[in-house]
Design a protein around this ligand. Structure first.
Ligand SMILES: Cc1ncc(COP(=O)(O)O)c(C=O)c1O
Length: 406
């Protein structure tokens, strides 16, 4: 039977193949150290949980909530932008709450895309950036993920050579998976280009608060006039260790926010009110929870870079996000990231995310998530060291020889 039109455009998640191997190994009682999925392992701070529990006792909170977010939540998000970025937002017209930023992003794509519209999207990138538009009937034109001097010339080429002319550009800094961080000057150039070329800018700032340098990542809305063309998505998932709560935001250009709000009003009744109340309390907090989360990820990053490096697997230190984007050791690169990831499960009891899952230009890399504690990260490094030694000595028969091409 032929697949449905939309389903045919959604390839099976590459990560499923690694997940299956991981599940098989665990079913056999093997302790797999899971650096694969970016699923935060830290508990939500107690005060946020307490706020949820208090609120849920009031039966008035059990009714349908507000699809665009209760007013106090939208105000809390506007205040966060004012505090953190110095960006003034109208909570009634420039802020909408979403069921996680992924939902917000996908429904924004649905709201603004006509069949065949071209959207410029980084490669490699978090899959919803491309597939949100593909599901909405759009067409993707890839661009490099690096926010460096070659980005604007690449953007110029992408606009010049795409027919029809692209409607939007997706930005994601700090980036999942590459951990690249953009500067405000970079955003200025992009906003300038977008205004001249009539491009919508969709900025995914899910890792706004997970950074390790002294300079916090900027918001694109800090660029004067960016609000004329840009919308930005943020998430409670990583900042407050609330991934299962499904709470995020879109903020920025009124026309775009209004389009997303309209689509969502047909689709959902908003998050459960106690979740929205607890999320407001989190955003109105003093920031100490965020500082703690940041310092845990920073320590894990340092342990990973150091211990993996000593094991013979060079991991460049990420400046932000909860991921390291590591080139596959040279002697295995030709086999591609999926095969290499499978080898690590089978021979090192370590799960990683194959770079190909984020786009073809990610295939020389694997993504390592900082979602295991320091002790287990060190254990992963020891396992990998053993694997590298054993395979160098030719003790595995399923390691594809160097000469094998992808
Ligand atoms: C770049 C990026 N955007 C969005 C999301 C989804 O976040 P949320 O839980 O808010 O839907 C993730 C989650 O991993 C992410 O890495």
């Amino acid at each position: 039977m032929e697949e449905f039109h939309k389903v045919r455009r959604l390839p099976p998640y590459v990560f499923e193949q690694v997940n299956r191997l991981k599940a098989d190994a665990r079913a056999k009682g093997i302790d797999i150290i899971d650096l694969g999925m970016g699923n935060p392992d830290l508990p939500t701070p107690q005060a946020i949980v307490d706020k949820l529990v208090d609120t849920v006792r009031d039966p008035r909170t059990h009714r349908y909530s507000s699809s665009r977010g209760i007013p106090g939540l939208r105000r809390a998000q506007a205040n966060y932008y004012a505090r953190r970025f110095g960006v003034k937002l109208n909570p009634d017209t420039q802020v909408v709450a979403t069921l996680g930023s992924k939902e917000g992003f996908a429904n924004m794509a649905q709201a603004i895309t006509a069949p065949g519209d071209v959207v410029i999207c980084p490669n490699p990138t978090y899959p919803i950036h491309a597939f949100g538009f593909i599901m909405s009937g759009g067409v993707i034109r890839s661009i490099q993920a690096e926010p460096d001097a070659s980005f604007i010339p690449a953007l110029e080429r992408a606009v010049k050579h795409s027919i029809p002319k692209p409607i939007a550009l997706i930005l994601n800094y700090p980036s999942n998976p590459t951990a690249h961080v953009a500067t405000l000057d970079f955003y200025k150039d992009v906003v300038d280009f977008a205004k001249k070329n009539d491009l919508i800018l969709l900025s995914d700032l899910a890792y706004a608060e997970i950074f390790f340098d002294d300079t916090p990542p900027p918001s694109i809305l800090q660029v004067p006039g960016a609000i004329d063309v840009a919308v930005e998505f943020t998430s409670m998932s990583k900042t407050f260790s609330m991934p299962g709560w499904r709470m995020g935001f879109a903020v920025g250009n009124e026309r775009l926010i209004s389009a997303l709000t309209r689509v969502k009003s047909y689709l959902d009744y908003g998050a459960f009110t106690p979740i929205q109340v607890a999320a407001s309390a989190a955003l109105n907090g003093d920031g100490s929870d965020i500082e703690e989360v940041r310092s845990i990820y920073r320590k894990r990053r340092d342990v990973m870079v150091e211990s993996f490096g000593r094991a013979g697997f060079n991991v460049p230190p990420p400046a932000a996000t909860m991921f390291a984007w590591a080139p596959i050791p040279e002697q295995y690169r030709a086999m591609g990231s999926l095969e290499f990831s499978k080898l690590l499960i089978e021979h090192a009891d370590v799960a990683v995310a194959p770079g190909i899952g984020f786009g073809e230009h990610g295939d020389d890399y694997v993504r390592l998530a900082l979602v295991e504690n320091e002790h287990r990260i060190r254990q992963a490094a020891r396992n990998i060291k053993r694997f590298l030694q054993a395979s160098a000595e030719g003790r595995f028969d399923n390691v594809i020889p160097l000469s094998a091409r992808r």
